[in-house]
Write a protein that binds this ligand. Sequence first.
Ligand SMILES: *[C@@H]1O[C@H](CO)[C@@H](O)[C@H](O)[C@H]1NC(C)=O
Ligand SMILES: *[C@@H]1O[C@H](CO)[C@@H](O)[C@H](O)[C@H]1NC(C)=O
Length: 264
Amino acid sequence: MFLSVRIFTPLFVLLAGVQAKRTDNCKLISPSESEQNALSLLEPLTNQNFTAEQHLHETYSYIFQVCGDAGGVKDAGLVQKDKAGKLVSVGSYNKTRAIKGSDWILLIYEGGESYDGHCSKEARKAMIMISCSKSAKNDFSVVLEDNKKQVDCYYLFELDTDVLCPANPSKLSGGSIFLIVVFSCLAVYLTGGFLYQRLVVGAKGVEQFPNYAFWSQIGNLSADGCDFVCRSRGNREEPPTYRGVATEPLGEEPEERDDHLLPM
Ligand SMILES: *[C@@H]1O[C@H](CO)[C@@H](O)[C@H](O)[C@H]1NC(C)=O
Ligand SMILES: *[C@@H]1O[C@H](CO)[C@@H](O)[C@H](O)[C@H]1NC(C)=O
């Protein structure tokens, strides 16, 4: 009883962990299938704090999490931290929008802490443009804060990641798959044959190679064949000595050479 609890509890935790997605913590403002799909694509980016710095008249750092408490601030998906360490929520993941394109997702967190003076004291809003970059390893950066207007102010960020890059098809070409198959068969043939010769037939030394007689014969035959093809001329006909004098009729060659000189 005790043992089964010990064995099975981690298993259940594991299974539950597989099913419960972290992106489900995000609450979509107006849920739809396409926004839900966009969110679930971001699952590999969850459970980590992304940080970036912005140097204006003051230095701010920003911490971003996908559907989790950024910098440990409850409900905040993106927080701003000033030099004194004061944290301000720029957007909450319980007010999320997720807009998906071919290789990018625009993640919007609304419902951040309200502005003190400008932007009609509306709630802060963060937009995070997450896009495919094959070389980037999750580079998070601040683009701008658009707050010189009456309404609809926002902070804009970028996250470059390879998570959203379209999966490339198998990198192996037909040719390399063929070669792999051929070499695998060869390996199986050699090891199988070797074991058979050694253990069943009881062969020793070089004769342990499978079909040794056959292959050595093939080797000899191909050597003969090569000899025949490559040296056929030399073998069949003695190299003519005094060739120009003995074998060619005199007087023909000079005529041929003259042809080049005739005007066309
Ligand atoms: C994110 O940062 C907060 C505050 O520094 C920390 O408590 C939390 O564990 C971090 N989360 C992850 C997943 O690193
Ligand atoms: C959403 O987050 C805000 C803080 O940003 C919090 O006040 C509010 O209770 C949260 N709502 C839900 C439904 O969790």
